[in-house]
Design a protein around this ligand. Structure first.
Ligand SMILES: Cc1cc2nc3c(=O)[nH]c(=O)nc-3n(C[C@H](O)[C@H](O)[C@H](O)COP(=O)(O)OP(=O)(O)OC[C@H]3O[C@@H](n4cnc5c(N)ncnc54)[C@H](O)[C@@H]3O)c2cc1C
Length: 604
């Protein structure tokens, strides 16, 4: 195996998109997608796969070793090879893949965008972050961009000649975004402000990949109320520009340092000072005080996007581990252990290695199913005309968003851990890629709202919304799937029913604590509850996939895909026997009422 043998599991991606979600037929009815067909989707995914394997994966390792470089004078240089790769990325129009035609985009469904993201991120996490943030900034500016700069800003971002950042965090305001102190003072010109303050941890705060960088910044105007209500949002360019896109002088947003960190070394994490060395001009987006409201506009998609990062890193690590396990010769078959001359075998034949590979496989494939389904729902919800149907779908999406973000980043990290373990000692050294996968992966549980915060969002907001209506809608969906699968998979459905009931019991217990006013007791269990919910949800996806596979297998039992479909049926068996019991265990812990961690005598 070569040190950069990055591969994409295209068969599984195609299975989810075309056999499970039936992408083409399910979207054909919407005017935006009516001209797209399978062959167009295939061509695009072929091209993305080629770019990921041939262009971005090969610069991943050097990007990690060299990292982004800060010159001490406000300028950051991206690692070697990135500029050329970025040129190819934007020449192919990849940043405008899902953007609407009026912005020069291809208007592709988000579901296809997710598959492309999985490929690009798996190939090179750091490289993909530059483009990901740029698209996020473009999406936000397309809705709330300040006039008369909006048009040129959005077009340049989707074209990729300019890039974007998101500037929320400050040293004293991480999770507590409402504690932001950056000041925004109105100038004599309407909509134009001076920013003063310091943002930290800003991904892509400076680099040499694009001719301009547009920072989207949260700041507080004088006299604004404290907390999130007092925050406004601004467009703050690195280089000032005219509405026709002509670049002017450098603005007073200057990088003063970059972080030394565990992973994603190719993505600079910058301290950005605003208005210190020289005035920093910025343009108000929306109205004063609308900062968080506007940010929330992109929050759900950004969080599902982090889930995809979790999947992508995990899928890459699993593919590396699988390829290595087939090649690495070590030991003899366990049944022949006493025979010193028994043939040496590849480690893929050892039961413990097979267990690790199977665990990685089911977790990756069920996460893929969950996340692509979420993207498919975004596609449908964005085009539906029936308000009740749209609300139903959006409700399910809202409920699943913290699970997509937190469960997939946690589970993705576990997959990377297992990938390193599969390699043995070689997994721990830089000669092979999985140690980088593990390091790069950790950030996904931390940014875009830590996983603890996601759990609080799930329990404190989503579960309570409309008197529990979102959870009830999900339960209905869960029961429908169990009914559809019962005939073919009675044992697995029975296991899923027990896990569902355990989840329902945990939800009721926590709601009860909430009603008694025991907020600490309830929130103590927020993360276990999210894990339990995520474990049940992935089980449901394993079941759905197996049901679809069985139908296909019954139609063509000896066909070329028979082994693939049988694999899906083994997945659900393995999941229900080996992963789902964790949901029951978590449920037991949640309803136990144990609150020893809250004892005031501890951690003093
Ligand atoms: C590599 C990297 C890239 C980043 N990129 C960006 C970026 O581009 N733009 C940007 O704005 N930010 C970015 N961030 C910042 C990131 O979003 C924050 O680090 C994150 O929001 C957490 O803030 P914090 O680090 O201050 O941790 P804290 O908020 O101090 O949290 C520490 C711990 O306490 C917990 N905690 C905090 N408050 C609560 C609470 N109320 N209830 C329960 N638990 C709580 C957290 O879950 C966590 O476990 C980046 C960070 C890193 C490391």
């Amino acid at each position: 195996m070569s040190a950069t043998g990055f591969t994409v599991d295209r068969r599984d991606i195609d299975f989810v998109l075309h056999e499970q979600l039936e992408l083409t037929s399910s979207l054909k009815g919407y005017p935006r997608f009516q001209d797209f067909d399978r062959s167009l989707y295939d061509t695009l995914l072929d091209e993305a796969q080629k770019l990921a394997i041939e262009v971005t994966a090969p610069i991943n390792r050097e990007g990690d070793r060299v990292g982004a470089i800060f010159d001490g004078k406000g300028n950051v240089t991206a690692p070697p090879g990135m500029k050329e790769a970025y040129g190819q990325l934007i020449a192919g129009g990849w940043l405008a893949l899902t953007a609407p035609a009026e912005w020069g985009g291809t208007g592709m469904p988000r579901s296809i965008g997710m598959a492309v993201s999985e490929m690009f991120t798996g190939a090179n996490v750091s490289f993909s972050i530059y483009g990901g943030l740029t698209v996020a900034a473009a999406n936000l500016l397309a809705h709330f961009g300040p006039e008369p700069y909006k048009d040129v800003a959005v077009r340049r971002l989707y074209a990729g000649t300019w890039s974007g950042t998101m500037c929320l965090t400050e040293a004293g305001a991480g999770t507590a975004v409402g504690d932001n102190r950056t000041r925004a003072t109105a100038t004599a010109e309407e909509g134009v402000y001076h920013l003063e303050g310091e943002k930290v941890f800003i991904s892509g705060g400076d680099h040499d990949l694009t001719e301009n960088i547009l920072h989207v910044v949260l700041a507080r105007t004088p006299g604004a109320p404290s907390g999130t209500k007092g925050l406004s949002i601004f467009l703050c360019p690195k280089f000032l520009f005219t509405p026709d896109g002509t670049l002017g002088e450098r603005n007073g947003a200057v990088v003063t340092g970059i972080e030394e960190k565990m992973g994603i070394h190719g993505s600079p994490t910058c301290t950005l000072t605003l208005g210190t060395a020289k005035p920093c001009l910025a343009y108000l987006m929306g109205a004063e005080g609308q900062g968080m409201e506007i940010m929330f506009h992109m929050m759900n998609e950004a969080r599902i996007g982090v889930g995809i990062q979790g999947l992508a890193g995990a899928a890459a690590a699993y593919n590396y581990a699988l390829a290595y396990a087939k090649e690495r010769i070590q030991g003899t078959d366990v049944a022949e252990m006493k025979d010193a001359d028994a043939p040496r075998i590849p480690i893929v034949r050892h039961p413990d290695v097979r267990r690790m590979l199977m665990m990685q496989r089911v977790l990756v494939e069920t996460m893929r199913s969950l996340l692509y389904t979420a993207a498919h729902r975004v596609d449908r919800a964005s085009q539906m005309t029936d308000p009740a149907e749209t609300e139903h779908l959006r409700g399910l999406l809202e409920l699943m968003t913290p699970i997509c973000k937190a469960h997939c980043s946690d589970v993705g990290f576990e997959v990377c851990r297992l990938a390193v373990q599969t390699f043995g000692g070689y997994g721990y050294v830089g000669e092979y890629p999985v140690e980088q996968c593990l390091r790069d992966q950790k950030i996904f549980s931390l940014y875009e709202g830590t996983n603890g915060v996601q759990a609080m969002d799930l329990l404190g907001r989503k579960m309570r919304k409309n008197g529990g209506a979102l959870f009830m809608a999900w339960l209905q969906e869960c029961n429908d799937e169990l009914d559809r699968a019962r005939g073919a998979f009675p044992t697995e459905v029975a296991a899923m029913e027990k896990a569902r009931d355990s989840l329902g019991g945990a939800a009721m217990h926590l709601a009860g604590l909430g009603m008694q006013g025991n907020v600490h007791g309830a929130m103590l269990q927020a993360s276990p509850f999210l894990s339990q919910f995520g474990t049940v949800v992935l089980g449901l996806h394993a079941l759905w996939q197996a049901r679809v596979a069985k139908t296909k297998l019954d139609q063509d039992p000896d066909g070329p895909d028979a082994a693939f479909y049988k694999g899906k049926m083994l997945n659900v068996k393995f999941y229900c026997a080996n992963v789902l019991p964790q949901a029951m265990a978590l449920g037991k812990g949640i309803v136990s009422g144990d609150d020893s961690a809250l004892d005031p005598g501890l951690f003093v």
